[in-house]
Design a protein around this ligand. Structure first.
Ligand code: KG4
Ligand code: ZN
Length: 331
């Protein structure tokens, strides 16, 4: 008998539900929350309210697209941590209520582990051990994956995440939130070598991005009015080039230290075309086998929660009904 899992993701500002059967994703529906745009960042209280409005229709659509009903579900998975506590609570309470009503087991999933395992969704997947550079709005990590449930963080940002570096520098350029995708868009038309911004010298496999933001700020303060509008494409290309360079250099170091040449990326920033190209080029240059999740599995989505839950189900790792969500969490 095949196992059908319904997974729910609500850690930040995307409400998502996915159905997976034996590790095969049948649906992945995502409702974005445009309500935050005018505030220049995610407003936690508004995010929780939007999750409450979205969660029932999102789950309905995910079931419908997968061609099943609640009666077919064998387990319910949810994002337990990390994330915005109010947002996490909506998904967790919904999943627990379903688990209780259907009398089916509950599976609690770590959001950052799920980003890494998004690389196991596609047919063409890495074999263990592999390295994963997870780059999102809240985290930047290099993870050594020895097995689906044996993941080890071997490097991470000591301050801002890569996604924050994109979003905060985009804000300095007057771009709306989230600025990452817009920097990507304008960078395609610009010269990446036009402006030079500071690259931090952090030992080991850790990252730092706060200096880049300051470097861009000081540079812009010295310019004449109208400079940003006249140079937007080149500014975006140069900022993106700097961030991607920092990421790829550390990834190269991680490959050298571990000897692992299966290299993946994950998280919202892995949707960035500059990073995707740079990873492919590094793979060709250094003899790595590289993997990048499909776009819909890069930014927050429930399919990555479902694939992680699939491995937890196989390992018999179930959660109790009192499993509480947590804004921060150790692996
Ligand atoms: O993983 P994610 O969807 O949510 C978190 O768990 O944080 O990542 C969101 C981050 C945001 O900072 C957003 O600006 C960034 O991913 N992002 C991008 C691109 N698409 C999303 N950054 C650069 N280029 C993109 N194309
Ligand atoms: Zn995420």
């Amino acid at each position: 008998m095949s196992t059908t899992i319904l997974a729910i993701e609500s850690s930040c500002d995307e409400t998502s539900a996915s159905v997976c059967v034996e590790g095969k994703i049948l649906s992945n529906h995502i409702a974005n929350q445009s309500v935050h745009e005018k505030y220049g960042g995610v407003v936690p209280e508004l995010a929780s309210r939007a999750h409450l409005q979205n969660i029932v229709p999102v789950v309905d659509i995910a079931l419908k697209v997968a061609g099943c009903t609640l009666a077919d579900i064998d387990a319910i998975a949810f994002t337990q941590s990390p994330g915005l506590i109010g947002s996490l609570l909506v998904g967790a309470q919904f999943a627990k209520s379903l688990s209780l009503a259907l009398d089916k087991p509950l599976i609690a999933v770590h959001h950052m582990q799920a980003h890494v395992l998004a690389n196991l969704i596609s047919e063409e997947k890495p074999v263990f051990p592999f390295l994963c550079l997870t780059v999102s709005g809240g985290h930047t990590q290099i993870v050594l994956a020895n097995a689906p449930l044996d993941l080890k963080v071997i490097g991470e940002s000591i301050d801002d995440a890569a996604g924050e570096a994109f979003d905060k520098t985009a804000k300095l350029l007057g771009l709306p939130y989230p600025g990452g995708p817009l920097i990507d868009k304008y960078a395609k038309l610009g010269d990446p070598l036009k402006f030079k911004f500071a690259e931090p010298q952090i030992p080991g496999l850790n990252f730092s991005f706060s200096g880049l933001k300051t470097s861009v700020l000081y540079f812009l303060q010295k310019q004449e009015p109208g400079f940003i509008a006249q140079n937007l494409n080149d500014l975006c290309a140069s900022i993106q080039y700097t961030i991607v360079n920092i990421l790829i250099k550390k990834l190269k170091k991680a490959v050298e230290q571990t000897g692992v040449k299966q290299v993946c990326i994950a998280g919202g920033v892995s949707a960035n075309s500059g990073l995707r190209n740079a990873l492919k080029q590094a793979g060709e240059k250094y003899g790595w086998q590289t993997f990048i999740p499909a776009f819909e599995y890069c930014t927050d989505n429930a399919a990555m929660i479902a694939i992680t839950a699939h491995y937890k189900y196989l390992a018999g790792e179930f959660a109790e009904l009192d499993a509480s969500p947590s804004a921060r969490a150790e692996w």
